[in-house]
Design a protein around this ligand. Structure first.
Ligand code: NAP
Length: 331
């Protein structure tokens, strides 16, 4: 099969022939139709991820058709169109993942390939309203956003702020929050992305590069009940500033680094809750898919590249120009 393989830190992925995966008992073989990039893929190429190993097929997100099954799996699965849950071995606790939890695409071979073998438990029927590109864009960002929105206890009429709306997770978090009937505010580095988010249901957008964007939020809309953030960094203090009393700040990433000065006075005086969230359990994944089907949600695809052009796709992610997911089409 053809696949994009991580060989060395700070080097392009190597696209070439790999041996086909063997299907073990309890597994299915999937012919991938599309895969999607996540910031994790970029962090790995830069050496900024734990447990990096050479000669691993990268990629966590994928969708395709089951072409073979291992022992103990019903042959009825053959021919089914599926998406893959990239989180493996979540464990028995819904509140947090087990030490055995890991993600497809490092150290286990991932989805930037023509074929992948995964456990049957990781495979779910593809929502029928999504095409291959949209289906591949859904799993990792979808489950991360769904759990973050759930943990933030977003309900109808909550005022929710989603930081850095250009991100894949952020855009899905906006869709889930809107589906719950929340009022959604967004931030971005780009006015164009803010305008687009407002066209898709946000009530207002703010440039996080404006030094007074927090004041603009408070003046225009008042304090915010739930903040969904994957950036952290120096802007974190503004998130604490705009949080309403009893508010929740859910954090799933730190693209802009770890905040240095967290104002503890704001934290305790406003009775805030800081909540960490990472991907999601199998139950979160199932509920996420149910929500996507019920509300006919469609993940936003920013751009599509051939598998051969994976390094160009990675460049797109690196420059932060994307609005939604960067996808690989696999012939
Ligand atoms: N814990 C988990 O399970 C999990 C899962 C997925 C991702 N993550 C992490 O979450 C982060 C986002 O992931 P992603 O895949 O959604 O990434 P992405 O698609 O690459 O999006 C990153 C976005 O971050 C925004 N951003 C950058 N600097 C910012 C700042 N200073 N303030 C506010 N926003 C800023 C930008 O938004 P604009 O373009 O609008 O400016 C950018 O588009 C990454 O750090 C990733 O590693 C964690």
């Amino acid at each position: 099969m053809r696949a994009a393989v991580f060989t060395e830190i700070n080097q392009p992925l190597h696209v070439g022939q790999q041996s086909d995966p063997q299907v073990s008992a309890g597994e299915v073989l999937i012919q991938l139709k599309a895969a999607a990039l996540n910031r994790r893929d970029y962090w790995i190429t830069r050496g900024m991820y734990p447990g990096i190993q050479a000669n691993v097929v990268q990629g966590s997100d994928g969708a395709g058709v089951v072409t073979a099954v291992g022992a103990e799996v019903s042959p009825d699965w053959i021919g089914k169109e599926v998406v893959i849950n990239p989180g493996l071995n979540w464990g028995a606790e819904e509140q947090f993942q087990s030490p055995q939890f890991h993600i497809l695409g490092m150290p286990q071979h991932g989805t930037f390939a023509e074929l992948i073998a995964v456990p049957l438990e990781s495979v779910y029927e593809k929502p029928t309203h999504l095409d291959w590109r949209q289906a591949a864009a859904l799993p990792l960002a979808g489950v991360t956003a769904y759990r973050a929105v759930s943990r933030g206890q977003v309900i109808a009429d909550s005022l929710v702020l989603i930081n850095g709306i250009g991100g894949g997770v952020a855009l899905m978090a906006m869709q889930f929050s809107l589906a719950l009937g929340a009022q959604v505010l967004v931030t971005s580095s780009s006015q164009e992305k803010l305008d687009q988010a407002c066209a898709e249901g946000a009530i207002a957008g703010f440039l996080y590069s404006d030094s007074d964007w927090g004041k603009q939020v408070l003046t225009g809309h008042g304090p915010v009940n739930v903040i969904i953030d994957g950036a952290g960094g120096s802007g974190y203090k503004t998130l604490l500033q705009i949080a309403a009393a009893g508010g929740r700040l859910v954090n799933y990433g730190s693209t802009a680094g770890t905040p240095e000065n967290v104002d503890l006075f704001k934290l305790f005086w406003k009775q805030l809750r800081l909540i960490g969230s990472t991907m999601g359990s199998d139950q979160d994944f199932q509920e996420m898919l149910a929500c996507v089907n019920q509300h006919q949600l469609v993940p936003r695809v920013d751009s599509v590249y051939a598998l051969e052009d994976v390094n160009q796709a990675m460049k797109k992610l690196e420059t932060g120009q994307q609005f939604g997911k960067v996808v690989l089409e696999i012939e």
